[in-house]
Design a protein around this ligand. Structure first.
Ligand code: CUA
Length: 352
């Protein structure tokens, strides 16, 4: 009987150690691109600092409580010959102590939390850049109201400057469903929901140049997972050069590209500044499409091959999207010929 109990105990411990090893394996610190602890901005750093403070207090409480529990379990365990212990009920001093101690701890957590909430909600001052982001199913529309620049999915910001992001939901419920999205670039700031009928704000500030990956963090339909974004933090001079380039109108499409744009009905949804008739606002502004590193909710690398595949069958790449270049203007396999797709790709990739 004793041997069987011991074998069972060894089995349990083995399974426990294996599970713990699996759990700890998720803690590897490999600087993943969406690591909330590997912060690259003042806002994310403040949030991570608060997280570690609360985590530290929680860890101390865990070890204290579990330690006392383990000690009691082992020290006062049943032994042969020991009778039933004295039965006691209620201890006024202890009850007061373990009511006050958690209250003090929670107050200790609440003070820095509320202070950070208030600080982070404050509109930044100084040399602030305004960026307005509209969440759509399933891409991000981006405007720089003071710079008169419009783009999509890739948000350029200057390093070291606070960026005040105004967030609204494009799928407001007026036509189709009202959809909530959530803007999340983990290395720069925490999540902020985009709610139909409300205007939300979030401050981000990058401390070093680089590309910071983000994604929609609120389930918003079939292509929720395909609603990514990138914040490209540029050094100030590079950012100014980018803005300057964004203000240049697009070159005119050559005749074959113009015919393909017409065949695809592209003007109904897209703006190409400088090209007459292209003022659609349903899809991304294409004026500087070729200058972006990715497209389609930032899930596809912007290369001629990937763009051809997208124009041939957009629904296969990002299911449910609004690219209706199938027969009869319905979603589906493209009605464009290979030659038309080739002309479109060649033109769009020149729009730097
Ligand atoms: Cu937008 Cu999930």
């Amino acid at each position: 009987m004793r041997v069987r109990t011991r074998a069972r105990l060894i089995q349990l411990v083995t399974v426990g150690v294996a599970l713990l090893a699996l759990l700890l394996a998720s803690c590897t610190h490999t600087h993943l691109p969406q690591d909330t602890f590997n912060t690259h901005g003042s806002v994310a750093a403040k949030e991570a600092h608060l997280y570690w403070l609360v985590f530290g207090i929680a860890t101390a409480v865990f070890f204290l409580v579990e330690g006392i529990l383990l000690f009691a379990l082992i020290r006062f365990r049943h032994r042969p010959g020991r009778g039933v212990p004295t039965q006691v009920h209620g201890n006024f001093r202890l009850e007061i102590a373990w009511t006050i101690a958690p209250a003090v701890l929670l107050a200790g957590v609440a003070v820095p939390t509320i202070a950070d909430i208030v600080t982070l909600a404050r509109k930044p001052t100084g040399n602030v850049l305004q960026v307005s982001v509209i969440g759509h199913q399933w891409w991000w529309e981006v405007h720089y109201p003071t710079l008169k620049v419009s783009t999509a999915n890739e948000i350029h910001i200057p390093v070291g400057r606070p960026v005040y992001v105004t967030l609204t939901a494009g799928d407001s419920g007026a036509v189709g469903p009202a959809v909530i999205h959530s803007f999340w670039v983990p290395q720069l700031a925490g999540k902020q929901d985009l709610e139909p009928g409300h205007t939300q704000h979030l401050t981000i500030e990058a401390q070093s140049a680089g590309v910071y990956l983000g994604q929609c963090a609120e389930y918003c339909g079939i292509s929720h997972a395909n609603m990514r974004l990138r914040v490209m933090a540029d050094m100030p001079a590079a950012f100014d050069a980018w803005v300057k380039q964004q203000l240049v109108p697009a070159q005119q499409p050559p005749p074959d590209a113009m015919a393909a744009l017409g065949a695809g009905g592209c003007a109904g949804c897209h703006t190409i500044t400088g090209v007459q008739g292209f003022q659609g606002t349903i899809g991304p502004n294409l004026t500087h499409f070729g200058g972006r590193t990715t497209f389609a909710g930032s899930i596809v690398r912007n290369t001629p091959d990937e763009l051809s595949a997208w124009l041939r069958d957009p629904q296969a790449v990002k299911p449910g999207n609004d690219m209706r270049i199938g027969p009869g203007g319905l979603p589906g396999r493209s009605i464009l010929t290979d030659a038309e797709i080739q002309a479109l790709v060649a033109y769009l990739e020149t729009l730097k």
